[in-house]
Design a protein around this ligand. Structure first.
Ligand SMILES: CC(C)(COP(=O)(O)OP(=O)(O)OC[C@H]1O[C@@H](n2cnc3c(N)ncnc32)[C@H](O)[C@@H]1OP(=O)(O)O)[C@@H](O)C(=O)NCCC(=O)NCCS
Length: 168
């Protein structure tokens, strides 16, 4: 598969990146590289070919959620004996301010979903979970089929749905 993004490495200039959300900016400037080094997250960046600046980033980590949190519709084929269900956490996703509102967030999200789908061929992952920062982020993710999980701010997208998206 081809991707819009490449893994973050030390040659990338992180300092010019700002999405306007302090938490996401600080994470990217100060912590992303450490998390990658410690294998706590994988971080992917998209680089603007003209300016060589970072246009957006996202992070992926393996994680799990309680079986009881899985929406009923997707639960019917899950064995009850599995108390935790493996998922991929799309921990953070952000676009540099200049590029926001131009369809790039949607493209970066598709890139992340494609990667998750490919990973799920090697490491079991029943769904993709996001933890939206605020209502705006929640609205963004709900456009692409993520649904809110009960009793948590997190949102869920079944890998089965992602597979249908990429036509396999
Ligand atoms: C949220 C974010 C990733 C969206 O990326 P973007 O490039 O601005 O969004 P796009 O232009 O691709 O928009 C895709 C769709 O989402 C909608 N959308 C984008 N931002 C939205 C917002 N803040 N509130 C509601 N809908 C939004 C757009 O209207 C568009 O829908 P349409 O196709 O029906 O017109 C980006 O604005 C961003 O990085 N924001 C700051 C960080 C952040 O909040 N990240 C969220 C993860 S916690």
């Amino acid at each position: 598969m081809t991707y819009l993004t490449i893994p973050l490495d030390s040659t990338h200039d992180k300092s010019s990146f700002s999405c306007g959300k302090e938490m996401l900016d600080n994470y990217f400037w100060k912590q992303a590289k450490q998390d990658v080094k410690r294998k706590l997250a994988a971080c992917f960046v998209s680089i603007d070919q003209d300016s060589n600046k970072i246009k957006g980033y996202y992070t992926l980590s393996s994680n799990s959620i309680l079986n009881e949190l899985i929406p009923d519709f997707f639960k019917k084929n899950l064995p009850n004996s599995y108390s935790d269900i493996p998922i991929i956490l799309l921990g953070r996703l952000a676009i540099v301010k200049d590029f926001q509102g131009k369809g790039f967030g949607a493209m970066l999200l598709m890139d992340a979903l494609k990667r998750c789908f490919e990973i799920s061929g090697s490491v079991g992952a029943f769904a993709i979970i996001v933890d939206p920062l605020d209502d705006a982020a929640e609205q963004f993710y709900s456009k692409y089929g993520f649904v809110k999980l009960p009793d948590s701010g997190k949102m869920f997208l079944a890998m089965k749905t992602v597979r249908e998206l990429f036509g396999h």
